[in-house]
Write a new protein. Sequence first.
Length: 250
Amino acid sequence: MSPMSTTLRRTGTLAALTTAGVLAAAGAAFAHVTVHPESYAKGATDGVLSFRVPNEEDTASTTKVQVFLPTDHPVLGVLVTPQAGWTAKVTTIKLKKPIKTDDGTITDAVSEITWTGGRIRHGEFQDFDVAFGQLPDDTGRLTFKTLQTYSDGNVVRWIEEAKKGGEEPESPAPVLTLSDKGAAEESSDGAAGSEASSSSSSSSEGEASTASDKSGDSTARALGTAGLVVGVLGLIAAGFAVVRGRSARS
């Protein structure tokens, strides 16, 4: 094999491997189980959490999803939205310390929700919606550890928690941020204050979702651009190799 052919082959292999790495990184970035919206106000009432579960296996389908709700800061009044093809099983526990609310004292809370019977195939995702009556007001975040079971028996454990200021773990658990209520949400007028709080909460959820979508789009565009740059560099290197080979023969 001539030196020029060897150079071309090595250049093409390097470009292909680099591009594959970029694409693999892009796939991993969007394969996590997440909760939407990403934030709510502390103590928010009458809302919905959506757990988004993508299928990251090429040859297997997701057949079971288990979401574990925190019991140290329980979510009250949990109701599961029916999902076509899926059966939900809700597990409750007795709280160590009952919680007093305007509707009475709560002694039980949901600790786990398991969905079975359906399938999430390659290239698909499923949103599992859960309604709540009230979120806790004594913490800044809720972690929902999740297990994702595939048809081949493989179980992906989305249970790792990111350390403050550290890198995102390989299998992060879905996290909901709970923020302090703004001045606009606080009002001494009963009915008016309640309406203002509800409106502000809905606006925050929409902004959080929009920001997340924009971030995802920006990441995808950046990764795509990186792949194109790698390809162009490979072609340029190949061109130099051809010119160099011709000069050598001359």
